[in-house]
Ligand binder design. Structure first.
Ligand code: LM2
Ligand code: CA
Length: 452
């Protein structure tokens, strides 16, 4: 059976894209743990080619845990620190391929390599040479080609071979021995689901698995094929959500998820944007959309579909630009709001993680919409969200929440801590109603975990 969404009540994942290990560790302690994030997803930790772009991480040259993000010792200490803060660690695992550089070189940690030769790890017989032009994938309508040719020149591993499977499993088992809790399986579409299953079967203990299979209309390889191995990223979610916010009606969201043809909720991993879609997919909502981006994340965190990941980016001008780094290429420590966006810290987003945790397991009730851009719903007995994305304030309305009477912190505008609320307080009456004004492009959220 498919692995469930990340286990435990704290299921929200923060994707600290390209953060170095030291910074991830301190973030677990200072923010992720305290705010209720259950997981942190980190960028690929293995040795990679030496260049400045972000995507060097996706060009492995060996499985030494040495990268511009830090050493093996720093990685290990990060895992321990995050665990101590109650945060589990998901590693982005690059297993479909090795590097894509045509000229030989030396990796980050000094391993020499050439295309199709990684001394001590893989040799030429471990790769696919599909025989199509440049050995390159060009037709996504051809299943065989997508899985046996090269994705942007990246040396494509024979994941059907016993040796390759064992070598990949040894890498993943090494990470498990350091305490890692789960893997994002990069480029999963480019490997048959059965190959991933075979690698998973060689793992020394259970781990959360989330597979990257980008849905493409009409393509023969579908996300559904992979659900037997674990969760699968639902790329339609962020695309559809962006379209709704940009050009349609929030009222359409009343059956968002399975009702839209998305994967079954129990195996679906969702996000507003990720490191690829914020660069390449045009149209998804990103940090550049500021308030609307926060509202979309608030909706994702309040809506009980799938396992949500909150993206955390560094600021970039062009798509290849790497993270802030020193002259020798080491990733600099993160400084939020200066070169780094830290969306996961934005008060609306961070506070809605608490909403997600407090409402876990409760269904949707009391849906309301005005037919256009104003919606509201409760999470039965646990929480209530209303989003007004109209260009005007909604005044003089009362909302039926079904929540116990009491005074609740509006976690969109205030932070609840130690029994106090830094923002407005919403009073739910004995019949479960409250009255409030919702400004244009704004929201109100209350939940039983932030009751005064
Ligand atoms: C993924 N999932 O399936 C990652 O999420 C995505 O970010 C990766 O692409 C891709 N698969 C391979 O792991 C990135 C990036 C590419 C970059 C590759 C390899 O989006 O632009 O390709 O990583 O680093 C770059 C150059 C490309 C060149 C290739 C090989 O852009 O032009 O191909 O390196 O040298 C000739
Ligand atoms: Ca492949």
């Amino acid at each position: 059976p498919a692995a469930a969404a990340p286990a435990g009540t704290k299921k929200v994942i923060a994707n600290l894209f390209e953060w170095n290990w030291t910074s991830v560790a301190s973030e677990c302690q200072s923010t992720l743990g305290p705010k209720g994030y259950g997981w942190v997803q980190v960028s690929p930790p293995q040795e990679h080619v030496r260049r400045s772009e972000w995507w060097v991480s996706y060009q492995p040259v060996s499985y030494r845990i040495e990268s511009r993000k830090g050493t093996r010792a720093q990685f290990t200490s990060m895992v321990d620190t995050c665990h101590a803060a109650g945060v589990k660690v998901i590693v982005d695992a690059v297993v479909n391929h090795m590097s894509g550089q045509d000229t030989p070189g030396t990796g980050w940690a000094g391993s020499s390599f050439s295309h199709y030769d990684y001394p001590g790890t893989y040799q030429s017989q471990d790769f696919h040479y599909c025989g199509r032009p440049g050995n390159e994938i060009s037709n996504y309508g051809d299943r065989w080609e997508v899985q046996n040719c090269e994705l942007v020149n990246l040396a494509d591993l024979k994941t059907e071979s016993e040796y390759v499977r064992s070598r990949l499993a040894a890498y993943l088992n090494d990470l498990l021995s350091l305490g890692v809790d789960g893997f994002r399986m990069d480029a999963s579409k480019h490997m048959p689901a059965a190959d991933i299953a075979a690698i998973k079967a060689k793992l020394s203990r259970s781990a959360y698995i989330v597979q990257e299979v980008i849905y493409g209309a009409g393509e023969p390889i579908t996300p559904n094929e992979y659900t037997g191995n674990g969760d699968v990223h639902e790329f339609r979610y962020g695309k559809d959500l962006a379209r709704v916010f940009r050009s349609e009606r929030l009222a359409y969201l009343r059956n968002f998820g399975e009702g839209w043809g998305h994967l079954p909720s129990s195996v679906s991993a969702v996000f507003v944007d990720n490191h690829d879609t914020q660069r390449d997919f045009g149209g998804v909502l990103t940090y550049n959309d500021r308030g609307i981006y926060a509202l979309a994340n608030a909706f994702m965190l309040a809506w009980p579909y799938g396992s949500p990941t909150v993206m955390s980016s560094y600021t970039f001008g062009n798509r290849d630009q790497g993270p802030p780094q020193d002259s020798s290429g080491r990733t600099l420590n993160t400084t939020c709001y200066s070169g780094w966006e830290c969306e996961h810290r934005w008060p609306v987003i961070a506070n809605m993680v608490g909403f997600r945790n407090a409402t876990e397991g409760a269904g949707v009730a009391n849906w309301y919409d005005n037919g256009y851009q104003h919606i509201a719903f409760s999470r039965t007995g646990k929480g209530y969200l209303t989003v007004n994305d109209e260009d005007f304030a909604i005044t003089g309305r009362s909302y039926y929440t079904g929540l116990p009477a009491g005074r609740y912190c509006d976690v969109i505008h205030g932070t609840y801590s130690n029994g106090t609320c830094s923002g407005p307080v919403i009073t739910v009456d004995a019949n479960g109603w409250f009255a409030a004004t919702v400004p244009a492009h704004d929201a109100i959220a209350i939940h039983v975990g932030a009751r005064l």
